[in-house]
Design a protein around this ligand. Structure first.
Ligand code: ATP
Ligand code: MG
Length: 407
């Protein structure tokens, strides 16, 4: 099959593939870009596989970045974009069901495609737009099936992460996992325990952010994958079934995912911290997710107040409102935006006076009182009880100063 009208992402990268050819190597587009293109979906990143070894790649292209030379991966910078280029390789020395530390470089595409996880990911495209499909990946794309390349049992033994990847592709694409492949998952799911949390987390988040989340979750739950994953293994799995009852509205960020799970698991701040720590999540994600969880619990019982919106900021407020919509079908992002736009201040910096003004006005040395007073001013402005104007605030401050002294 040859495709004549290639999307611009491929056209822009085509000179790279052709340069390899001029240097007597071969190179192909591989992986997700080819799959998504055939599905008419957005193409995120373009991966290229080549017969050239890393040192040879670096000789051909002047702008490269080493990101995993020992695994054969080099980034080529070309016309303001970056392309991940990987030498054809096989992965023979698997240890402990993890991805191998050692890879063998090979010179043929066929050997490289064999080591790929699923038939739909083992498609390649050459510089003429010709699709190379050695494992009937196109038929599986058409039938909406996720099927391991070769013997599924062996493939999951080689790298157990592939089972999580199967769930996430089910969620992203809305495909089902073919029955032999699924049976191999059920048999080997316990091997997930051997995989690093960081790798599992990436796939789990992609699963939760997928367009067909419930499809991915169904396989995830049925296979009992959660029994081998951090934190979930100590919990009753009922919360996952409750998740399945939600409509398929797409989530946008990992912080939304964690906040949603924190709500279903009914976690305190301390437990929530432990939860995200177990999943090796970054501190900034924890902070945003916890804020969202807190606001969501308030929003569950009341409308947004100016103070809550101020605390949230517009981004977190909208993400929280989307969770309200997902769970209770009564969120209204437009209303949140309108109310946010009417806030008298959206950050403390917008208050027309600052700490220095207060110190000078009251002629007092700095101390705890200063922070408390600014917090009071901020609250009153948000509640509409004090205008964010110099004179009005100074009048308030003067009265407060008197009250303070008389106490
Ligand atoms: P995405 O659109 O999310 O980037 P992708 O299919 O490109 O999807 P990547 O994780 O970027 O997924 O991997 C690129 C390709 O590398 C895959 O399409 C697959 O061919 C191969 N691959 C990735 N991880 C594995 C693995 N654990 N085992 C075998 N092949 C893998
Ligand atoms: Mg990719």
């Amino acid at each position: 099959m040859k495709i004549n009208n290639l999307p611009c992402e491929f056209k822009k990268a085509m000179p790279i593939v052709k340069r390899f050819k001029q240097a007597s190597f071969v190179a192909y587009f591989v992986g997700g870009s080819v799959r998504n293109f055939l599905l008419g979906k957005e193409i995120c990143d373009i991966d290229i596989a080549t017969s050239a070894y890393p040192a040879e790649i670096k000789k051909i292209f002047s702008k490269t970045v080493d990101i995993g030379i020992e695994h054969g991966t080099v980034i080529i910078l070309y016309k303001g974009r970056s392309y991940e280029v990987t030498t054809f390789r096989t992965e023979s020395a698997y240890q402990d069901y993890r991805k191998p530390d050692k890879v063998n470089f090979v010179r043929t595409l066929a050997d490289d495609l064999k080591r790929r996880d699923f038939t739909i990911n083992a498609l390649a495209m050459d510089s003429n737009g010709e699709i190379i499909d050695l494992f009937a990946g196109k038929a599986d794309l058409k039938a909406k099936i996720i099927r391991a390349v070769g013997d599924a049992h062996k493939r999951f033994h080689e790298d157990a992460l592939r089972m999580m990847r199967a769930f996430r592709f089910a969620s992203q694409l809305g495909f089902i996992i073919e029955s032999t492949t699924y049976q191999a998952i059920e048999k080997n799911i316990f091997l997930l325990e051997k995989i690093s949390v960081e790798r599992i987390q990436i796939e789990f988040i992609k699963l939760m952010l997928g367009e067909f989340r419930n499809k991915g979750l169904q396989f995830f739950i049925k296979s009992k994958a959660f029994l081998y994953l951090p934190f979930f293994k100590q919990k009753n799995s009922e919360f996952l079934k409750e998740l399945l009852l939600l409509p398929n509205d797409k989530l946008r960020t990992s912080s939304q995912v964690w906040a949603l799970l924190g709500y279903f698991l009914n976690l305190s701040k301390n437990e929530f911290h432990k939860f995200l720590h177990a999943w090796k999540e970054a501190k900034n994600v924890f902070r945003e997710a916890y804020l969202m969880l807190k606001l969501f619990k308030k929003r569950e019982h009341s409308e947004w107040t100016n103070e809550l919106l101020f605390q949230a900021g517009i981004d977190v407020a909208l993400l929280t409102e989307e969770l309200v919509q997902l769970l209770f079908r009564c969120g209204n992002s437009k209303k949140v935006k309108e109310k946010f736009a009417k806030l008298p201040i959206t950050s403390r910096n917008e208050i027309v006076i600052d700490g220095n003004d207060l110190k000078n006005k009251l002629n007092r040395p700095p101390g705890e009182w200063l922070g408390c007073m600014i917090t009071d001013i901020e609250r009153l402005i948000l509640e509409g009880k004090l205008k964010n104007e110099y004179q009005a605030i100074m009048k308030f401050v003067k009265n407060e100063g008197k009250n303070d002294k008389s106490r």
